[in-house]
Design a protein around this ligand. Structure first.
Ligand SMILES: N[C@@H](CCC(=O)N[C@@H](CS)C(=O)NCC(=O)O)C(=O)O
Length: 248
């Protein structure tokens, strides 16, 4: 295969290290400020006290990811240049290198199930609520106007065009569920509560499912629909403890 051929992007640990993508010689995360999947990783890094650099990627054009075949955030580049793609893979990679405090993928079906739930159900449920109207979408994207590294044009396009795009994504996510967006999120939080036993999905200590689902909900804080999380009898208490543990 010639180097011109396109390479299929894969999740997980990549074969080719990219030490040139590190910032300040620290583990570096490529992310969007409000990305739910990125918050999973920020929560785990925070709870383990791992110092890292962040590269803010512009959500519309993703100019800062031109070097990568994997065109989504988060991408984690470890201090030795190891590139890891996809949030759940990154959680496992970081935990495995820092004490292995929770089971690896395939070792605990319940943890696997709730980590998948974070992507397939919870992540999609919150998007339908956050981007429920054009104006709630503008509110969610307002942060781009404060990213100093983005040009003025990029800030404007990302906010106003980004809101149109995300409103469309919100609509398509809403169609995936039988209930309207707010009611669906309440329903999913009830379902999630069934997995939290002894304080956490992991029992007495958080496991990958705690970081995965907490990260998703943390990305909603300050945005449309976060009152649903705050008002939930089980999830609000768990959320508060996860926030303290992770410091995000
Ligand atoms: N399964 C991936 C999903 C990542 C994802 O969809 N990230 C969004 C941001 S929240 C993204 O990069 N979207 C840009 C795109 O898909 O082009 C993960 O868990 O990391």
């Amino acid at each position: 295969m010639s180097s011109e051929d396109s390479v299929e992007a894969t999740s997980g640990v990549q074969d080719n290290p990219v030490p040139e993508r590190l910032v300040g010689d620290l583990p570096t995360m490529y992310c969007f400020e409000t990305c739910p999947f990125c918050f999973k990783v920020k929560a785990l890094l925070g709870s383990r006290g791992i110092a890292y650099s962040k590269v803010e990627v512009d959500p519309t054009f993703k100019n800062q990811l031109k070097w990568s075949d994997w065109r989504k955030v988060p991408i984690f580049v470890d201090s030795d240049g190891t590139q890891v793609n996809d949030s759940n893979h990154i959680l496992h990679y970081i935990d495995a290198k820092n004490g292995s405090l929770f089971p690896r993928a395939g070792e605990d079906p319940e943890q696997d199930r709730w980590m998948e739930f974070s992507n397939n159900v919870l992540g999609k449920s919150i998007v339908a609520v956050i981007y429920a109207s054009y104006w709630t979408s503008v509110r969610a994207l307002d942060y781009v106007t404060k990213v100093d590294r983005f040009s003025r044009t990029s800030r404007l396009v990302n906010k106003w065009l980004g809101a149109v795009i995300m409103r469309m994504v919100g609509k398509s996510r809403a169609k995936m569920f039988d209930l309207p967006p707010r009611e669906n999120l309440e329903f999913q939080l009830d379902k999630m509560s069934e997995g939290i036993r002894g304080g956490f999905f992991g029992g007495e200590q958080p496991n990958g499912a705690d970081y995965a689902n907490f990260g998703i909900l943390r990305s909603m804080q300050g945005l449309n629909g976060f009152d649903i999380v705050e008002g939930h009898p089980v999830i609000s208490a768990w959320y508060g403890i996860m926030m303290q543990k992770s410091g995000v």
